[in-house]
Design a protein around this ligand. Structure first.
Ligand SMILES: [Cu+2]
Length: 143
């Protein structure tokens, strides 16, 4: 039936639009993978635990940013992309973009150094299991 066929197309377009809007909401410039792997489709939302060390960072000190990604309590070690974005609160041109790499513990980490003291916001953009999560936390860098 043509009506059924059109419904299917409408549904596919709706999903495509949803994926596009999720990707557009992200500042990431990497190769966004919009291909959907149905075997990894799950209704459970991905959870991203964003941390860094040392917690009280100073200027010109190396900071290790970490994102622990889980879904339904299980570690997600096949994320398509993890990107840490650290932006100065007063001057958004002062920013770092770091690609997270998977470590032995199943966490995504990246090392970076901020040259100037001040208030920053750290966002971890995580694309995994057809979902996107981007928690943000404030970071104060001491002189
Ligand atoms: Cu994002």
């Amino acid at each position: 039936m043509p009506g059924f066929f059109l419904k299917k197309i409408g549904y596919a377009l709706m999903i495509a639009a949803m994926v596009a809007s999720v990707l557009a909401g992200c500042a990431s410039k990497g190769n966004n993978q919009a291909v959907m792997d149905m075997s990894k489709m799950s209704m459970d939302p991905i959870k991203v635990e964003l941390t860094w060390s040392p917690a009280g960072a100073s200027a010109n000190q190396e900071i290790i940013f970490k994102a622990e990604v889980t879904q339904g309590g299980d570690v997600v070690d096949d994320a398509d992309e993890v990107l840490f974005e650290i932006v100065n609160d007063n001057d958004s041109s002062k920013k770092l973009e770091l690609k997270g790499e998977l470590d032995e513990e199943g966490k995504y980490t990246a090392a970076g150094t901020l040259e100037e003291a001040g208030m920053y916001h750290v966002t971890s953009h995580v694309t995994a299991r057809t979902q996107h999560s981007m928690p943000t936390k404030p970071l104060t860098v001491k002189p």
